[in-house]
Design a protein around this ligand. Structure first.
Ligand code: GLC
Length: 731
């Protein structure tokens, strides 16, 4: 429809019909079983005639279901306005990809875009028009369970990943490309900074820090064309996001020019009462509509109060009209007025969802998300000696033990329609590939619980460890231990798993630990494993991807996108910290400096860290000039050599330090990265460009600009092991 037609449609709508478009309820409200509908409707307090006006539907999918609901909705609606289906497809619809924190560890925006494209295709044929993704909350606290949904702790990397995800979901022609869906940037804003890592807790930071560190990721996603933004549950400077005019009207819409739909998080409008900024639903509705929240998800403050607020003159109907127009435009951008069933297609649903090509893509992306944290004495890859064919029949014997050895709980949280039983377990993956890699695999059969390892399981693990040349011990979290409402104060492995590790280690010195987890963990207790592989939750092809890496079919290339602390007492620990007035560089005996008595200041495994089966050697970086300015960017060059016999992928990282700012600046900030594939003994020259705009930052007056002065340039394989700083000057 043309814009004028939308305006004409709006003009025909009654106030109740307008308010209905600003309300979203879940799919169970539209069950064709009256019994099933009654419960949710009663609980929410929504009448049948109100339901007829509801404009969008949450978290239901399946072409047949969505088609049925769409037909009924358009029939019941006086003006036959189509509804729209929105769901949480966070890392895949039914073909499940690695969790976003693993995707962040791939450092591959291209992989993120491919993931989003497959997820959009499976979502669209199943009737969805929008996914509540990408989640772009910057995270520094692994106690918070939702770190698994984020791509990590760095604004630059998060921005590149967010752009890629938006492009993957939406494509270039959302109106005509029916295999794409609208994206929703969430949670605006700074939900990842909840105090103490405790879910739904207060967020308290200066607006300067918010703008400098936390907003850039969201801004990149909006700039990439994301159609919608979701409010966060938390407060921002004392005002809950869902009622925060400054955040939404001044920053998101005013400064960034976003004119798409803002949707509240689940019940978040009503929760303004619990926050203590609204005395009742009516006040909550007023705060939210004034903040330009367009759709209220799963509460009825708008439905039950907006009409009164208009009648009393407390809310001008123009606020409602602008919100409804944005919702109508979103539906129009998706072509729903002409094609209300859009991509939903039962035949294509059967053909595409979970298909071989999608699973293959999930495996490829899992392969490049896995991070090798330790590999002493070339423990890995298993099987053939590196570079030397194993003598025929001299297969090595490997024992696979631990709670994750045969577990199918490898999808992670927010795995929408993914089914664990369809996932490839470690045992599945390693069995299938054992023979071709010269491995005689012994898989423990005893049930091995995550939290209470039975003596039988320990005895079996020890016995297998005695028989094997190498033990692979699969440890970690359950999917339910991360995701929403899953904060933990203890981020160590469960004690039972530590005891199992100790028993196995005592029986066999050659232990490879593979960790499945949704957050950085305190891995101190398994620190003397000879090899440690961070698998995250790899998704549907988990076991295949882990086997690819363990057997060497894939040379691991993942690099951490979130720091692993020494222990929980050190949290939050992140690479781009401020210097402080008494920086501690690690010299023994220093007392009056910023440090702990009982732990290092540094992460156990830092941001950007990951090993490879190759070994990469960096030359000294060089710069094109000693100065740069607004017209002349700096060219930074570094030669990287694969000093091994094994081809591999290296992520070359470029960090910058602003030596003197008007406000304190981080000791380093990622300003560029380049992923290169190097053949054995190949050398490549990598270039980075540093522009004046790259060193702008938010000043005390909240203005974003650069300052002339000295900057240190550092290049290397991660945020810790960097070249000697090269000093350049912005003039
Ligand atoms: C949840 C989450 C949000 C999700 C929404 C809809 O509470 O906070 O990320 O998109 O509700 O399920």
């Amino acid at each position: 429809m043309r814009h004028q037609q939308l305006a004409d449609l709006l003009a025909q709508m009654t106030l109740d019909e307008k308010i209905g478009q600003l309300t979203q309820v879940s799919g169970d409200f539209f069950s064709d079983d009256a019994e099933e509908r009654t419960g949710p409707m009663t609980q929410l307090g929504i009448a049948d005639e109100e339901l007829a006006n509801v404009g969008t539907v949450l978290n239901i999918a399946g072409a047949a279901q969505c088609r049925r609901i769409q037909i009924a909705a358009m029939q019941r609606h006086r003006l036959h306005i189509p509804t729209m289906f929105m769901s949480d497809v966070i890392h895949g619809y039914e073909t499940i990809f690695p969790i976003p924190l693993a995707l962040g560890s791939s450092w591959s925006p291209a992989a993120a875009q491919r993931m989003a494209k497959v997820a959009a295709c499976e979502s669209s044929v199943a009737g969805l028009s929008l996914t509540f993704s990408p989640m772009v909350d910057l995270v520094r606290d692994p106690r918070w369970g939702r770190v698994m949904e984020s791509t990590g702790e760095d604004p630059y990397l998060n921005a590149r990943m967010a752009e890629a995800l938006v492009h993957g979901y939406q494509g270039d022609d959302l109106l005509h490309d029916i295999d794409r869906v609208a994206a929703c940037v969430k949670h605006f804003a700074a939900y990842g900074a909840v105090a103490g890592g405790r879910e739904y807790n207060t967020v308290d930071m200066s607006e300067r820090l918010l703008r400098d560190m936390y907003l850039p990721g969201y801004r990149a996603a909006v700039a990439a064309g994301a159609k919608t933004v979701m409010t966060s549950f938390n407060t921002v400077d004392g005002v809950p996001a869902t009622g925060n005019r400054h955040l939404f009207r001044d920053i998101l819409r005013g400064e960034w020019g976003f004119d798409g739909v803002v949707i509240s998080d689940f019940n978040a409008v009503r929760e303004l009462i619990a926050h203590g900024v609204a005395e009742d639903d009516r006040a909550a509705a007023r705060l939210a509509i004034e903040a330009s929240v367009d759709i209220e998800m799963m509460s009825v403050c708008y439905l039950h109060s907006l009409a009164e607020l208009v009648a009393s003159g407390e809310v001008d109907v123009s606020l409602i009209d602008e919100a409804v127009m944005r919702v109508l435009m979103l539906k129009n951008d998706l072509g729903l007025f002409e094609h209300p069933f859009r991509g939903m297609d039962e035949a294509r649903e059967r053909q595409l969802i979970g298909c071989v090509e999608h699973r293959a893509e999930a495996r490829r992306i899992a392969d490049c998300s896995i991070v090798l944290l330790k590999n002493e004495r070339g423990m890995l890859p298993l099987g053939c000696e590196r570079g030397v064919e194993s003598v025929a029949g001299s297969a090595i014997t490997v024992a696979l033990v631990g709670p994750l050895a045969r577990s199918h709980d490898v999808l992670g949280a927010w795995s929408f329609k993914g089914r664990p039983q369809d996932a490839v377990s470690m045992a599945d993956g390693m069995q299938r590939m054992a023979a071709e890699h010269g491995v005689n695999l012994l898989v423990a059969q005893q049930e091995c619980d995550y939290f209470e390892t039975s003596q039988a399981a320990i005895d079996e693990a020890v016995e297998l460890s005695h028989r094997a040349g190498t033990v692979v011990l699969a440890l970690g979290e359950t999917s339910a231990m991360t995701g929403e409402a899953s904060s933990r104060t203890n981020i160590a492995l469960p004690q039972a798993q530590i005891e199992l590790f100790n028993a196995v280690k005592a029986a066999n010195a050659h232990v490879v630990v593979v960790v499945f987890n949704g957050r950085p963990l305190d891995l101190g207790a398994i620190g003397d494993a000879e090899a440690i592989v961070e698998a995250w939750f790899p998704g549907s092809e988990a076991g295949s991807a882990v086997a690819d890496v363990l057997y060497g079919a894939v040379n691991p290339s993942g690099r951490l996108s979130m720091s692993f602390p020494q222990n929980v007492g050190q949290v939050p620990v992140y690479y781009n910290a401020e210097s402080t007035g008494r920086p501690y560089e690690g010299a023994p005996g220093e007392k009056y400096v910023s440090k702990y008595l009982d732990a290092s200041n540094y992460a156990r495994y830092p941001f950007g860290f990951g090993l490879s089966y190759s070994s990469f050697v960096y030359g000294a970086p060089s710069v094109s000039s000693a100065t740069f300015d607004a017209e002349h960017a700096l060219d930074i060059t570094v030669a990287v050599t694969n000093d091994s016999d094994i081809a591999g992928t290296e992520t070359v990282q470029c960090y910058v330090r602003d030596r003197v700012g008007q406000v304190v600046r981080p000791v380093k900030q990622l300003k560029g990265f380049e992923q290169i594939e190097l053949a054995a003994h190949e050398t490549r020259t990598v270039h980075f460009s540093l522009r004046e705009s790259d060193v702008r930052y938010v000043h005390a007056d909240l203005g974003e600009r650069s300052d002339p002065g000295a900057f240190d340039i550092m290049v290397g394989p991660n945020s810790r092991d960097l070249s000697t700083p090269l000093c350049v000057t912005l003039v």
